[in-house]
Design a binder for this molecule. Structure first.
Ligand SMILES: Cc1ncc(COP(=O)(O)O)c(C=O)c1O
Length: 371
């Protein structure tokens, strides 16, 4: 059943519909002018030299790891409080994800925990800017430099966020973006890798297109690669979304502030910080923490009964059946205790004040019942 108030909703305007329709009237449906323009606009937005658009955020992660030469026998430090693709991509290149604890305020990798997780096989830190809050980039960059590790930023949830005034995605050796419809901007499906090194950009472009280099015959191949291209209509959609991105982020920031005021005083509910030092948040989701002892399942059920969708954001990766079955016996006490209490509320560009009031009221009465 579709919820009356969904968890997320894409914001697609007539301008985007017209841009996609215009592409469909041309013979260029893949690898055409929209791709080239989208990539240069993405690079410019982030203040980096290169952007390589691909078919998903997961494809972007896969290619980023391959491009940095990470593979069999290597370890990559990742958060467990994250979307499964983060660890899945590491596994996809034959490396081993090593889960590290998070900072309880920002929910991002805790640099001290990362340092403890570094071992002789560690090759990279894959830092995720969770929920659009930039991670502690100064400390993580210093760690990566000191231990000669690659630093990959996963900015799939954080396009437009800033740390010390610099865009998330402009710090790492490589950074990835994702454009699934629940994201701040969408291309339907899609993603991108940001790079400053032209050799990395060339390798990424080759790998996403079956290992072909520009100008070679379509049936020739330089190295084994993948079919990770982003089609022209998606690029056209992304270009208009990117032009509207800052306005969309402003709407989301306003919606977060409105929830903050509406949820004040609900017994024991912890709201996410609206402001954090050195950071400009790009609001991806609005996640509260329920009081200890309140059944999240009951709260979710009660809201669902009123047509209000919610999410668990995140179920720790190391506790998933797929990962338990791999024999990992990790305990991440902080991640586990936070993840038991998190609840994502409906949150999207066009959410109305009335919808947010209804969500807040429903949450207030559900907590009273579930306590
Ligand atoms: C942090 C993070 N990384 C990677 C992905 C994967 O992106 P996609 O769903 O486009 O493959 C997502 C979400 O969808 C994400 O939130």
């Amino acid at each position: 059943m579709t919820a009356r108030i969904p968890l997320s909703a894409p914001d697609v305007s007539e301008e985007e519909i017209a841009a996609v329709a215009a592409v469909l009237r041309t013979p260029h449906l893949s690898m055409g002018p929209e791709l080239a323009a989208f990539e240069s606009e993405l690079a410019e937005y982030h203040g980096v030299e290169h952007a390589v658009a691909v078919s998903s955020g997961t494809a972007a992660l896969h290619l980023a790891l391959l491009t940095l030469g990470i593979g069999e026998g290597d370890e990559v430090i990742v958060p467990s409080f994250a979307f499964v693709a983060v660890a899945g991509a590491v596994l996809q290149v034959g490396a081993r994800p090593v889960f590290a604890e998070i900072d309880p305020l920002t929910l991002n990798l805790d640099p001290a925990a990362v340092e403890r997780a570094i071992g002789p096989r560690t090759r990279a830190i894959l830092v995720v800017h969770t929920f659009g809050v930039p991670a502690e980039m100064d400390a993580l960059r210093e760690l990566a430099q000191r231990h000669r590790l690659a630093l990959i930023e996963d900015a799939c949830e954080a396009i437009g966020a800033r740390y010390d005034g610099r865009k998330a995605g402009s710090f790492g050796d490589l950074a990835v973006l994702g454009f699934y419809p629940n994201k701040q901007m969408t291309t339907g499906e899609g993603g991108a890798v940001l790079a400053s090194d032209p050799a990395h950009a060339a390798r990424l472009r080759r790998l996403r297109n079956q290992g072909r280099d520009p100008g070679i015959d379509w049936l020739d191949q330089i190295e084994p690669g993948y079919s990770y291209r982003l089609p022209e209509p998606a690029c056209a959609l992304g270009r208009v979304q990117l032009r509207r991105l800052d306005a969309m982020l402003a709407l989301r920031k306003k919606a977060a502030a409105r929830y903050d005021a509406l949820l004040e005083g609900i017994c024991g509910v912890e709201r996410p910080p609206l402001v954090l030092p050195r950071r400009e948040i790009s609001w991806f989701v609005y996640v509260v923490r329920l009081p200890e002892g309140v059944s999240r399942d009951m709260v979710r059920e009660q809201l669902a009964g009123q047509g209000i969708a919610t999410g668990r954001y995140f179920a720790p990766i190391h506790l998933q059946p797929a990962w338990r079955a791999r024999g990992g016996a990790e305990r991440l006490a902080l991640t586990e205790s936070i993840a038991r209490r998190t609840l994502a509320l409906p949150f999207f560009n066009c959410i109305t004040g009335e919808q947010q009031e209804e969500v807040a009221e429903a949450l207030r009465s559900a907590i009273q019942c579930a306590a």
